[in-house]
Design a protein. Structure first.
Length: 160
């Protein structure tokens, strides 16, 4: 059932190309109000073999939220983009917190922990990690170690 068959097929690929972006974009014409489609399009834009500006992914996440203001995954995706590409920690934090309030899981909590650590708020960062359900995830273990070793915040430069 479209667009979910296409979304699932593209998600399962080992490697993504610009053709995947084009295919998802074409689906947005028929399904302009499907938040998952916009969210996945934003993600695939970031990981495909083409050089698509991150701003295009951000537009997709924001469009997903226009379609459904409670769509947790788009808040999480936006949080990661704002943190990783713009060092906009305050807005990334807000988006991760909203994602969590709408039911996002461990990935959002790990993202929030990363942002909090970069802001020098290690107690809150560790609390976010403590609230994760699966503490055996590789990304949880790595983030926990990095926070413990102080790799995200030096105390004098919040932008690292």
């Amino acid at each position: 059932m479209e667009p979910f068959d296409t979304i699932d097929r593209i998600r399962l690929k080992d490697r993504h190309a610009f053709e995947d972006v084009q295919e998802l974009r074409s689906l947005t014409i028929s399904f302009p109000m499907e938040p998952e489609l916009w969210d996945v399009l934003g993600d695939i834009m970031q990981i495909c073999d083409s050089e698509i500006p991150i701003q295009e992914s951000v537009k997709c996440y924001r469009q997903a939220l226009k379609c459904d203001p409670t769509y947790a995954s788009a808040y999480e995706s936006l949080g990661w983009a704002l943190d990783s590409h713009f060092n906009d920690f305050d807005n990334a934090r807000r988006n991760f917190e909203i994602a969590i309030s709408y039911g996002a899981g461990d990935s959002a909590r790990i993202g929030l922990a990363r942002v909090l650590a970069q802001m020098g708020e290690t107690v809150d960062a560790n609390q976010s990690l403590a609230e994760c359900d699966d503490k055996t995830r590789a990304d949880w273990i790595e983030m926990s170690r990095e926070i413990r070793e102080g790799l995200w915040y030096s105390g004098d430069d919040k932008t690292m």
